[in-house]
Design a protein around this ligand. Sequence first.
Ligand SMILES: Nc1nc2c(ncn2[C@@H]2O[C@H](COP(=O)(O)OP(=O)(O)O)[C@@H](O)[C@H]2O)c(=O)[nH]1
Ligand SMILES: [Mg+2]
Ligand SMILES: [Zn+2]
Length: 358
Amino acid sequence: MSLLRLFRSKPAGEATPVQCPFCLQVSPAAPGLKQCRNPGCGEPLPVQYLRRYGEAPPLFLPMMGMPNAGKTNFLIAATVAVVSGNQFWQDLDYWPLTDETDAFIEKIERSMRTGVLPGPTEAKDIKKVYVLQLLRLPRWSNRTWVLRDVPGEHFKDRKIQKDQVPFVIHAKTSFLFFDLNGANEKAGNKADGMFERNIDRVFRAYIMGLEDHGVVFGDGNDRRVVVVLTKADQLDLPAHLKKYLWEDEHWDSAKRGTALTNGGAFFDDDAMARYMDRLRRVDAELKEWVVTQPGGRSLVSAAELTNRVELHFCMISAIPCGVQRSGQSFEPRGKWQQPLRILDPCYWALELNSRPAP
Ligand SMILES: Nc1nc2c(ncn2[C@@H]2O[C@H](COP(=O)(O)OP(=O)(O)O)[C@@H](O)[C@H]2O)c(=O)[nH]1
Ligand SMILES: [Mg+2]
Ligand SMILES: [Zn+2]
């Protein structure tokens, strides 16, 4: 698609209804639409969001998980990968569409220059939504990622925070972050650890939270949950999965010229197709492994048999080799600028929500 066409296209809103990136309600087509028409929201709709609405359709992704599951570090590391994206996707262009997203990315870019891992104070959590337009991705072309942190304090009482309900209800695909290692450790130390922390508990909280708001599962509506196993550098994985994690060819691709998995070449459509084939195998292998973990089999039953939710599994390491505390700050022991398999959850989301080939 030519740049000229991008800029000439008519903004959505005039001709088509627009789904708000903040509340996910649809505002009917209206000339000069600038704000969400949902009276409970009324947020201004970003100009580029409207302008490229048809060409870079939004992909809404709630990031759910317990506190400390690794949600914030996923967002930081996924941003690191996108801003380094030209190293593996030749023609990528990206546009942060809200001030908050722009400020978040700027802080991360600054951290990448100084080499200091952004800590809790540098990279503040995104309060509203993270809206990033990605243009000229291989395989999936143009998409606008709309991610929202759905922190898990409320998972304990199975309630989804009121202001986040519409986002979670209307999103077809959700990310469920889980730190399996931390959970197992906690379960050993704490009498109620198992109850609070098992992977199936978090999933059940998601189901019950949505059912409280009238969502009916198992009724032919296509809900997908991508289970993201975080801090995979710390997981006691089978050897083949460990190998997959650590030999992330995104970064090999950056070191062009050597004989690497992807031949040191850019990820084009063919390379992404091969990547997705492998991701599907990893999904199946991770599932096999997760059912051997506490709560794992129960998660699969609750999702697939009872509620007909399509589950996919992937794993990430936002901070390979982990962090060590030194006083108040955290020092990464590995290369935090090269997070491992960090885009796998996003690839799943893109794949599950891509339009059928023309
Ligand atoms: N070893 C390791 N630690 C991680 C990783 N991601 C996050 N952590 C640590 O886990 C803790 C919680 O992470 P955070 O992203 O703040 O979790 P959130 O509460 O879900 O947003 C922090 O102390 C991180 O340093 C990872 O990939 N590897
Ligand atoms: Mg957080
Ligand atoms: Zn809205």
